[in-house]
Write a new protein. Sequence first.
Lengths: 145, 145
Amino acid sequence: MSKIAQQNSAPGISVIHTQAPAGGLQQVPQLVPAGPGGGGKAVAPSKQSKKSSPMDRNSDEYRQRRERNNMAVKKSRLKSKQKAQDTLQRVNQLKEENERLEAKIKLLTKELSVLKDLFLEHAHNLADNVPPPSTENTTSDNAGQ
Amino acid sequence: MSKIAQQNSAPGISVIHTQAPAGGLQQVPQLVPAGPGGGGKAVAPSKQSKKSSPMDRNSDEYRQRRERNNMAVKKSRLKSKQKAQDTLQRVNQLKEENERLEAKIKLLTKELSVLKDLFLEHAHNLADNVPPPSTENTTSDNAGQ
DNA sequence: CTACATTGCGCAATGC
DNA sequence: CGCATTGCGCAATGTA
C-alpha cells in the first residue's frame, strides 16, 4: 500500500513553514491561475464578507489554525482506522466463538441421542415383558462426555 | 455527517472549471518538483523521464486525468465505506447467531440434565433392590406410547 | 505505457 | 472558541 508521503515536513511538531513551504504542494488560490491564458476568471471577489479578514493564507493565525486542524484530521483518521480494524477483529472473534458453540451443540446433541436410545431400549424391554437384563448395565453411571 | 455545500465538481461530467477557486481550493505548487524538507530523495536531476513536462494545470490532458482520478477516488472511497458497513453488519449477524446458539446449548443442557437424573433415579432403585415403583409404569401393562 | 484503484495528505465546512 | 468529522481534490503509488 504505500509508505509515501514525503512532501510533508514533520509528523508531530514540524518545522514552522511560515510560508512558501517548498514542500512541493501549496494550495494557493491566492494568486496565479497558473496563468497561461487559462483563466479569465478573477479569483474570489475580494469579498471580505465573512470576517474582516479574507483569511490571508499568509496569516500566522491562519497557518496555525491549519496546522492544528491537520493534526486533528490525522488523529481522527487514525482513530477511524483503528476502529475499523477492531471491528474486523471482532468478526474473527465472533466467528471463533461460533464454531466453538456449534461444536458444543454437536456434542450435546450426540449425548442426548445416546441417552434417548437407552431409554427407548428400556421401554422396549418393558413392552416385551423382558425383565431387566442383568447382562446389561447395573450401576454403570459413566457420564462420559 | 455533512451534506456540505458542494463547492464544485458536478456529478458525472462536470463543468470545465478551468480554475475558479471560488470554493477556495486550488493546489498550485506552480511547478518545480523540488523536494524540500520531506522531499526524501533529492530529485534526480538526471531523469525526469516520467513526465518531462511540468504538466500544465491548464492542459486538457491534465484536467481530464484529474477528473478521472477524482471519479476513481470517489468510487474507491464509496466501496471502502460499503465494506466497513458490511463488516459492522456481519458483527451484528454473528452476535445474533451466537445468542441463538447459546440458547440452544442451554436447552440441550437442560434436557440432558433431566435425562441423566432419570437414569440416576433408576440406578438407585436398582441398587436399593427396589422393584419398579408401582406408581410408575409397571412391569406389565401398557407399553406406553 | 495507459487506465483505473488505493492511500496519505491538506483544505474547508460542519458538527459538537 | 477549539477540537472532531467528513467530503473533496491532488498527487504518489500500486496494480492490471
